[in-house]
Ligand binder design. Structure first.
Ligand code: MTE
Length: 303
């Protein structure tokens, strides 16, 4: 069974299914889930289609993956060309067993489960996604975290021949992200390999991406090829691009505005033109689970 966190959502909260896939794809996904530990919520997947009508195109084309362009529709248009097999993840730095871990080998060692999480972009749109994946902690434990490690750095694949967006210096490639070690080891922190019981589409970060549900979406780095344990806070792409606007922590916080807009509310994708904005929740609704990680920290200073 999927572990149930205090704020884990139910299937009814999932962004209308058309947001991610049509009925046929849901069925195809349900048929091909060998190795998936929890199937509990999936049989209801189709039911959710009868909730708010929503088009598959609306949301699967609304992605952020700048390696394929900065338009919301660019990743869906151009990421199909990305070669995701074979795939390996280099795990290095302060670990007992550094090396190149083959993605299939990783899958063989991990227990996949489904987690339904809120997802809140720093741009103030949000959605709810049923991810398939495993806890990052399990992967880090496999590599053996050494004493002295305090942070985890992540890198996305940088392959210009397949990533047209990297021709533009929007960011300093490769896309980089980082977490404090205790954030990385938190049981809510997921390495996702799928959505709706199906392998991750390329535009959503195939074959393996990070998901940190209490942080703004840009922390959830896609198509990870390197994980480095370090004793220093690692540089991160958006922070390097604009430190005033994007902090290292980037915890969802309705009380701390982005310099150019409020973070107090959000637009749930799939709601249509006249959707009401919803109030943004502290730590994106995971306050009970994660607030203690930041005891004594000024969250306005360490944004
Ligand atoms: N990872 C990489 N490598 N490149 C990116 O541009 N965009 C981030 C994050 N991970 C991004 C990335 C941002 S800003 C968001 S909001 C989420 O991915 C979007 O995830 P989604 O497209 O699956 O909704």
């Amino acid at each position: 069974m999927a572990r149930r966190w205090t704020n884990t959502l139910t299937q009814a909260d999932v962004t209308p299914k058309a947001a991610f896939m049509n009925r046929r794809q849901i069925m195809a996904g349900m048929g091909g889930m060998a190795g998936l530990a929890t199937l509990g919520a999936l049989p209801n997947a189709a039911k959710a289609e009868t909730l708010e009508p929503n088009s598959w195109e609306d949301v699967t084309t609304y992605c952020n993956y700048y390696e394929f362009g900065s338009g919301k529709g660019d990743p869906a248009k151009y990421a199909g060309s990305l070669t995701t097999s074979p795939w390996s993840v280099k795990i290095d730095g302060l670990v007992d067993k550094p090396g190149d871990y083959d993605f299939q080998q990783i899958l063989g060692e991990m227990t996949l489960e489904e987690r339904i999480y809120r997802f809140r972009c720093v741009e103030a749109w949000s959605m709810v996604v049923p991810w398939t994946g495993f806890e990052l902690a399990d992967l880090l434990n496999l590599a053996g975290v050494q004493e002295g490690a305090k942070y985890v750095a992540f890198e996305t694949l940088y392959r210009p021949s397949e990533m047209p967006g990297t021709a533009y210096k929007v960011l300093d490639w490769p896309y980089r992200e980082g977490l404090r070690l205790d954030e990385a080891m938190h049981p809510l922190t997921l390495m996702a390999t799928g959505i709706f019981g199906k392998d991750l589409p390329n535009q959503n970060g195939a074959p393996l991406r990070l998901v940190v549900p209490w942080k703004y979406g840009f922390k959830s780095i896609k198509s990870v090829v390197r994980i480095t344990l370090t004793d220093k806070e690692p540089p991160t792409s958006w922070n390097m691009a604009n430190a005033r606007e994007y902090g290292f922590y980037s915890n969802v916080n309705p009380h701390v505005s982005h310099p150019r807009w409020s973070q107090a509310s959000e637009r749930r994708l799939g709601g249509g033109l006249f959707a009401r904005r919803e109030p943004t929740l502290m730590f994106n609704g995971y306050e009970e689970d994660v607030a203690s990680l930041y005891d004594g920290m000024d969250l306005a200073e360490f944004f």
